[in-house]
Design a protein around this ligand. Structure first.
Ligand SMILES: C[S@@+](CC[C@H](N)C(=O)[O-])C[C@H]1O[C@@H](n2cnc3c(N)ncnc32)[C@H](O)[C@@H]1O
Length: 262
């Protein structure tokens, strides 16, 4: 390897060894297992920071450019496949935890049918950026655990990589099931097979957040209690934090149907 590349690698390694620079450079780092009580007491709040919105946007711009060049990352392909699997013409879709709304672009590019999209996020900073970026879509600020919509208000509820950040996840699952007429998609949920559901802290785009890695059987049990039946599931992304949990994990996407629609 040429000396310039070797020097760059060495500098990169040195910067990643220091907490402050590591958090500036790496999208997700510094995972630590905590108890549920510690998770509830955690100030977190990272999703509300303007800097998180900015850094997430930089990361997504690269991913979206690859998708438009014909090389979508697997989780983006799976998101579109899960929507298409319901075979609905021009479905209304509510994305829970939409961030700055990147899935508007993913569904437009990769879904077979047009999707009539509404995005919801509890971070006003995310919603403000989403409205600026995707004026063709509809966005609202709101909490996944108290959805301000009537029963069966949307054909599809799509939880966009956010269940893992919602401490009251059981309520979020019940609320998603309530407002969905035809299907609920839980996209890219990190899973453990053997360990019980685990609570962690990490830095996401340089900001502190809480994260949950679900025991798969526990998650399926919560779906069943909410009246949901898994119709199909897909491997979404590697999500390996075995160095912290002691067990290899991965992210999976679930397409669930209300029991009365099977
Ligand atoms: C990992 S980001 C996912 C953003 C986007 N869907 C994506 O995949 O890029 C998680 C999002 O969930 C949102 N979130 C966390 N807890 C929430 C809650 N209780 N209600 C609504 N949104 C929430 C955060 O603000 C954040 O934008």
């Amino acid at each position: 390897m040429n000396p310039y590349r070797l020097a760059r690698r060495a500098v990169g390694r040195a910067l990643r060894a220091l907490p402050w620079t590591r958090r500036m450079l790496v999208a997700s780092c510094d995972y630590r297992i905590i108890t549920e009580a510690q998770a509830r007491a955690h100030r977190g709040g990272g999703w509300h920071f303007a800097s998180t919105v900015r850094r997430q946007e930089q990361a997504y711009d690269l991913l979206l450019a690859e998708m438009h060049a014909g090389h979508p990352r697997n989780d983006l392909t799976v998101a579109a496949q899960s929507v298409d699997a319901l075979a609905l013409a021009a479905p209304t879709l509510l994305e829970i935890g939409c961030g700055s709304g990147y899935y508007v672009e993913v569904f437009e590019a990769l879904c077979r049918s047009k999707v009539c999209y509404t995005g919801l996020d509890y971070s006003p900073a995310m919603i403000e950026r989403a409205k600026g970026r995707y004026p063709q879509a509809h966005f609202v600020t709101g909490d996944a655990t108290k959805l301000d919509f009537p029963d069966k208000a949307f054909d599809i509820v799509f939880n966009g990589v956010s269940l893992m950040h919602i401490l009251d996840f059981e309520r979020a699952i019940t609320e998603a099931a309530r407002v969905a007429a035809h299907g609920v998609i839980f996209h890219s949920v990190p899973l453990l097979e053997r360990r019980p559901t685990a609570y962690l802290t990490k830095y996401a785009y340089g900001a502190p957040v809480v994260e949950i890695i679900f025991n798969r059987a526990h998650l399926l049990d919560m779906f069943a209690k909410a009246g949901l039946v898994v119709q199909q599931s897909w491997f979404s992304e590697d999500y390996d934090v075995a160095a912290v949990t002691g067990e290899t994990s991965r992210a999976e996407t679930f397409l669930c149907r209300p029991a009365d629609k099977r």
